[in-house]
Design a protein around this ligand. Structure first.
Ligand SMILES: [Fe+2]
Length: 178
């Protein structure tokens, strides 16, 4: 039987209640990869007929985590950014996302020096995890779509993005860069 969204959510709840730290999140990541093998789920949430935009598939009222479908239309390259005090897991559903992970090597509140540490492509069925405070940038083609699980509603916490040219640190507005 296919692994369904409801089962995934139940498993997330059980796992994160037991272990909200990196090990629990890693189990959520592998379960997300399992969910992405469910072709019907992918078609229903990210298929060609699905209206574009960002959809909240689930928000947990107790634990705060969210499951989001990013049904993108146009290609996009984000600046490096963090997810504030939250973690985020990106699971590729359709097409791909090129990921770069960055390390902050210096600077202050307003300016930062960043060093690229890792670069790779997430293909359909693959999920990547970004722990609290981690900095990454994403680059995807037209109609690339992904399912994202975040530790909390990112619209409610402070996050920053970085201008690679000037090093400027910018406060992020809701959903500005995923
Ligand atoms: Fe992100």
């Amino acid at each position: 039987m296919a692994y369904e969204l409801n089962q995934f959510i139940d498993d997330c709840r059980a796992i994160l209640q037991r272990d909200p730290g990196p090990q629990g999140r890693e189990q959520v990541r592998t379960n997300l990869e399992r969910l992405l093998t469910n072709k019907e789920f992918v078609a229903q949430t990210c298929g060609d007929d699905v209206p574009t935009g960002l959809k909240v598939l689930y928000e947990d009222k107790d634990l705060g985590f969210q499951v989001l479908a990013h049904v993108n239309d146009k290609a996009r390259k984000s600046p490096p950014h963090d997810h504030g005090a939250s973690w985020a897991i990106y699971g590729q559903a359709i097409k791909h996302t090129d990921m770069i992970e960055w390390e902050r090597t210096g600077g202050d509140d307003k300016h930062a020096e960043l060093k690229e540490v890792k670069r790779y492509r997430l293909n359909p069925g693959q999920a990547g995890i970004y722990q609290d405070g981690a900095i990454h940038s994403i680059d995807y083609p037209d109609r690339a779509r992904f399912i994202r699980v975040t530790g909390t509603n990112l619209d409610k916490i402070q996050r920053v993005a970085f201008d690679l040219q000037s090093g400027e640190v910018r406060r992020m507005t809701p959903q500005q860069a995923t």
